[in-house]
Design a protein around this ligand. Structure first.
Ligand SMILES: CC(C)=CCC/C(C)=C/CC/C(C)=C/COP(=O)(O)OP(=O)(O)O
Length: 305
């Protein structure tokens, strides 16, 4: 399948040669990173860890660009590992300018590219974006599929960027050509480790829980498990966010002043910090992202405790 590669990120820095310290750090931190239910690191929990978040991130991705200083006021040790975004306000942005709706989506994709580049630069390993809610199927399809397909083509990265793209959602409802494009993107980027972009398409939190229940019911029906085996861990494993090592976002950003979750990652947002920005998504850039991260780093997270 032919498509143009539009994003050009700076190449990742070469991995430093292993040192005694690095080796020791790796050995120490693996148990922490392998625990899927370990709460994400934050200001309130980092003191409990044996090693710093900075070292942990290095071992996971080899990614944070150590030579790139973080913006003033941001601390590397509590940079979120997973940020989720509801990119709201694209159509309003276009209407305000008297432009066609597609211009709003095009501008929205540019914002997404900016945020992807910043995540790579600042060492945020996972970003999940809500690109199309399954609740939006009633919207006119003609005005939606064009931007969705174009968006994928625009966001495709040069393989040297080492970015993995995963798609979650009910693809059975999408046109065949879009599904082929998505599968191709996932396949060609699946071994990339620097950063993971998860795109939620035809997705909703309720859909994800229903499909997880169906999978579990099949296991019971096939005699693989007993109903009493069903627990939180098993459910988490069946959710579509199982495609990432960090299924629970640390921070959710929603733009355009709307104060709702709108059926996004319902299970996964259980202890996520929420940030609501006034900007419409196409206006959400570096300054706004820094503000969201600063707000996140000021929070004291309790995880229900
Ligand atoms: C890689 C990929 C597929 C990227 C998608 C990029 C992108 C900007 C998607 C828009 C997602 C969306 C439905 C936003 C809601 O705003 P809205 O459009 O409903 O606008 P409104 O809130 O002003 O009505």
């Amino acid at each position: 399948m032919g498509f143009s590669l539009q994003v050009s990120l700076p190449p990742p820095p070469p991995s430093p040669p292993p040192t005694a310290t690095n080796t020791a750090t790796f050995t120490l931190i693996r148990p922490v990173t392998n625990l899927r239910f370990k709460p994400p690191l934050c200001a309130s929990t980092q003191q409990q860890l044996v090693v710093s978040e900075e070292n942990e991130l290095k071992s996971i991705n080899g990614a944070p660009e150590e030579n790139v200083p973080l913006p003033l006021g941001l601390r590397r040790e509590s940079i979120p590992r997973h940020v989720a975004v509801i990119m709201d306000g694209n159509r309003r942005w276009a209407r305000l300018r008297g432009l066609p709706v597609d211009s709003g989506y095009e501008a929205g994709v540019k914002s997404l590219r900016t945020i992807v580049e910043l995540c790579c630069k600042w060492g945020i390993p996972v970003l999940t974006v809500f690109a199309f809610s399954s609740d939006n199927w009633f919207r006119p399809k003609v005005s939606y599929f064009f931007p969705l397909k174009t968006s994928f083509k625009l966001i495709l990265t040069d393989d040297r960027d080492n970015i993995r793209i995963s798609v979650i959602g009910d693809l059975s409802k999408l046109p065949k050509s879009l599904v082929e494009l998505i599968r191709n993107v996932e396949e060609t980027t699946k071994n990339n480790t620097r950063f993971q972009l998860i795109v939620a398409v035809s997705y909703s939190g309720k859909y994800d829980l229903v499909q997880a229940c169906q999978r579990i019911a099949m296991k019971v029906k096939d005699g693989v498990i007993e109903p009493s085996d069903i627990n939180e861990s098993l459910i988490e494993q069946q959710l579509e966010t199982n495609c990432t090592e960090f299924p629970y976002p640390d921070l959710l950003i929603r733009t355009s002043g709307e104060l709702r979750i709108s059926n996004f990652l319902l299970w996964q947002l259980v202890y996520t910090e929420l940030f609501f920005a006034q900007s419409l998504w196409p206006d959400f850039g570096e300054a706004e992202f820094i503000e969201a991260l600063r707000s996140f780093q000021r929070r004291r997270r309790s995880y229900g405790g």
